[in-house]
Structures are given as structure tokens and as C-alpha cells.
Design a protein around this ligand. Sequence first.
Ligand code: 5GP
Length: 359
Amino acid sequence: MSKCQCNVMSKINNDIKLDFKDVLIVPQSSTLKSRSEVDLNRTMKFKNSNQEYCGVPIIAANMDTIGTFPMALALNKHNLLTTIHKHYSNDEWKQFADQHPDAIKNVAVSSGIGESDFTNLSTILEEVPSIPFICLDVANGYSDLFVEFVKKTRAAFPDRTIMAGNVVTAEMVKKLILAGADIIKIGIGPGSVCTTRKKTGVGYPQLSTVIECAEVAHELGGHIISDGGCTYPGDVCKAFGAGADFVMLGGMLSGHTECGGETIERNGKKYKKFYGMSSATAMNKHNGGVAEYRASEGKTVEIPYRGDVDQTILDILGGLRSACTYTGSSKLEELPRKTRFIRVTQQTNEIFQQMEVDN
Ligand code: 5GP
């Protein structure tokens, strides 16, 4: 082999990496009589915080349109989690905790990695000590600064369960778990309002990264969140089937009453604005504009108003229960073990897509 061919081979990994749309789950024989027998609650013990959690491990993303207090209340009814966005004041946190103490068990407080972020995080946790989860969230979880911040947060809050991300490769999952994180947030570029792949060329297909990162996290006693890229309940099922312990949703929860962001009325129809946290809309709102040295890596869209989120949640949970029965999993916990994927060239029949009146 020529030196030139060798260089090309080491520069390109020729294994095909897959997304949710590239696979389907193969059904298996089952003794389950009804979907209602399926238990979607999972109990987990976290490696570094030593805390136990029991709930349905679907999480509303910490975007300011999605990770709102009203969303947390709606999701808590079904025992789902919400990572609350980082733009609420201490007083708003305190008021929420005072009025809804039962909902706190299913929320995370979010933080970036600046000095002021750490101060805000500490103040909120002082005001509301019952918050069980901290979500340390940066677009690029590969910086040494981020790893140091995880260590500092672990030292300061030894009994809080720390979610940290985002990353997409096994070696970084390992580094973050060893730095003190419990649950690693996996996903770069799959999000519905993310433009990172277009702006930077960086990313990793979501199904493959979940399979690869789950393996190393579980070997170490850690957990992972599949964050971004779910467009239908079936994608949530595939993410769990691939080994995700939690699945985080943004776009699938957008457009509802509980969402933040502007409501727009046009020609008698209502829409809700939904945008990426690195979009120009978010940066204008929270950072006084897009700094000259960076590009926005998110977009803004208008979602036709979809009413209360409750029906959407029931639809997702119904799909998940059904996937469990198709694979013979009496508990969500069994789904990864029972899941076999096949690669496909087409997953659905789109013939009447434009004519749908109900789905
Ligand atoms: P979705 O469920 O909408 O496909 O993905 C939600 C995830 O997209 C979020 O949890 C977050 O990780 C990611 N995200 C949110 N806003 C942005 C953004 O502006 N840019 C990028 N690159 N990712 C974003």
C-alpha cells in the first residue's frame, strides 16, 4: 500500500455511522398481553452522586422555549424530567419551589461554565436545596475548561447528580465520568434548530454515537442522555433501544402552551417561535447580539400552535409502550437488550403525507 493510500485511510473512518432514520427495530415474539402492562419507569443509581432516581427517563431540553416551569409541571404529572433553562431568576426559582415542592424531584438546574454561571448555580442550589440534578451544558464539551468545571461542580455539590455535555465520542464520555459527571449528554449537530453541521462541518450521526457512548458509559457505571434528533416517537424508541438511559427532546415538545417564546397570529392561525440557543434570536435576547468572532449555530422557526403538551406526551409514551410490546420488553429497562436494528433505505410510506388531517 502506498504512503498516500495509508494517509487517506487513517484520515477517514470508513465505518458507516447511522442516524435514527437509517434503521428500524425488528419485532420479536412476546408474552405481553397489552401495552398497559409495560413499565416505563426506570430506577437508576448514579455513579458519582450516589443518588437514586426513579421515573420515566424522558427530558425536556434546557432551551428557553422548552425547559420552562410550566413544562416542568406538565411533564412531572407523567414523572418525566425537565432541565430548566438558565435564564430564570433566583426569585422565580424560589417561587416555583415554594408553590410546587412535589415537582422539584423531576427538575435540573442548568448552567454554563463561566464564573457568573457558577455563582448563579450556587445561589439557586442554596435557595432550593431539593433540586436533585445539575445540567452542565456547553455546545462543545471537548474543552479542558469544561472538564475542570465538571470537577469543580462535583467538589462543590457532592450529592447532586450531574448531567454534562455535549460530546459524541467514547474517550470524552470516559473523561467526563472520571471528572465527576454522572450522566453524559450525547449529541453534536442532530438538533431540529441546530445549524452546527452546516456552519462547522462537525457532528456524528446520533444512533451510532448513542450505541458507542452507551457502551463505554455503562462499563464505567455511568449513564447517557441521547440529546437531539428525535422527530417522531419512533426515534425516541430507537434512542432507548440503542442504549440511551435518557432521551432529551426539544423540537418534539415545541409549539405548545407550556413553551416560552413569542406567540404569533397570522391569517387567523397561531404559531409559536422556536429557536436554537445559539441562534441569533437567542443571542440577541440573552447576550446582546451575536459576537463578531462567532457565527450563530442555530435557527429560528415558527411552529403551528399545538395546544397543551399533554397529548404529545401521551403520544410519545404510547409509542414507547408499543415498541416495548413489539420487542417483548415488559419494562423500558429491557428495551436495549431486546432491540435488534436493521438498516433500511426507507422507513415510512410517504404517499399521502401532504393530505394528512390527523396523525
Ligand atoms: P431537538 O430535540 O430539537 O432535535 O434537539 C434539542 C437539542 O438541540 C438541545 O437539547 C440542544 O442540545 C441542541 N440545541 C439547542 N439549540 C441549539 C443551537 O442553537 N445550536 C446547536 N448546535 N444545538 C442546539
